[in-house]
Design a protein around this ligand. Structure first.
Ligand code: NAP
Length: 271
């Protein structure tokens, strides 16, 4: 499987396509991870909130792929982002996964004690317990506030972004800051696959709608973590490095932005 890598602001290289793990559990999740790794995936995105860290760990062991080849990402849920709980939650994630370390540890939402939680992540990073640290769902104002007190700049911001909800200003802001954007819901949770422009481009390039969208993400310079538990879709979603979308077609996809997320909130929403 051909794969490209993105280099984070601390030099760490991450596969530009990873496997998302939201909403899959137990044996299905373990099997998905093992299948993806055998196919050539080397980046798995989970979170304590997904309740499948143990299954992810099982899938990694079952695959037989050496641990050091895999970028494992997990996240701390916001209810644990309180004084005295962050380090303990990190250790719990490792225990759930059955791993000695994870590659990247992320704050899941900009809620509760963000500055204090970030300090703990900085400590974990400095102690070499994680290779990279980052955040999720940070709008520009959340990032600006964090950067006022942060000693270490986040290496990534994982945000919702797909053709119908691009969040392009936020993507550009992060990129200008040297913070790599990882997109969640890269396919709009399946919703963007029926967009007419995407379907027309799929016909034009002889690719599937998912491949058109994921190729667009690749050319935007973001990491995408499409979720699938189906082997043929895993192959499809990672097969996006053998064609290039023209500037005009990239623009046509950007033009699908509605500015409205599937979840019903708007950029700049308060929490
Ligand atoms: N940081 C955060 O707050 C946050 C929030 C949400 C998600 N995430 C992460 O981002 C990952 C991806 O986002 P997501 O799972 O919400 O949405 P997504 O990857 O955009 O879409 C996943 C959905 O699309 C289907 N699908 C996948 N590939 C397909 C293809 N080639 N053709 C047709 N359908 C396809 C999947 O079904 P099948 O599995 O049946 O194929 C699933 O229903 C998550 O799994 C999670 O790891 C992070």
């Amino acid at each position: 499987m051909k794969m490209e890598y993105i280099t984070l602001n601390n030099g760490l290289k991450i596969p530009q396509i990873g496997l998302g793990m939201w909403d899959t559990y137990d044996e299905e999740a373990a099997q998905a991870v093992s299948t993806a790794l055998k196919l050539g995936y080397r980046h798995i995105d989970t979170a304590m909130f997904y309740k499948n860290e143990a299954a992810v760990g099982e899938g990694i062991r079952r695959s037989g792929v050496p641990r050091e080849e895999i970028t494992v990402v997990t996240k701390i849920w916001y209810t644990d982002m309180v004084q005295g709980k962050v380090r303990e939650t990190f250790e719990q994630s490792l225990a759930n996964l059955g791993l000695d370390d994870v590659d990247m540890y992320l704050l899941h939402w900009p809620l509760n004690d963000v500055a204090g939680s970030w300090k703990v992540l900085e400590g974990l990073y400095e102690e070499g317990r994680v290779k990279a640290i980052g955040v999720c769902n940070f709008q520009k104002h959340h990032m600006e506030t964090l950067l006022e007190t942060a000693k270490i700049k986040p290496m990534v911001n994982q945000i919702e972004s797909h053709p119908l909800f691009t969040q392009d200003e936020l993507v550009r802001y992060c990129q200008e800051q040297g913070i790599t954007v990882e997109v969640w819901g890269p396919l709009g949770q399946g919703n963007d696959l029926t967009n007419e422009t995407i379907i027309n481009l799929a016909e034009k390039y002889g690719k599937t709608p998912a491949q058109i969208i994921l190729r667009w993400h690749m050319q935007r310079g973001v990491i995408a973590i499409p979720k699938s538990v189906k082997e043929h879709r895993m192959v499809e979603n990672a097969s996006v490095f053998d064609f290039v979308l023209s500037e005009e077609d990239m623009a046509a996809i950007y033009a699908q932005n509605t500015g409205i997320t599937k979840r019903g909130y708007q950029p700049g929403y308060e929490w």
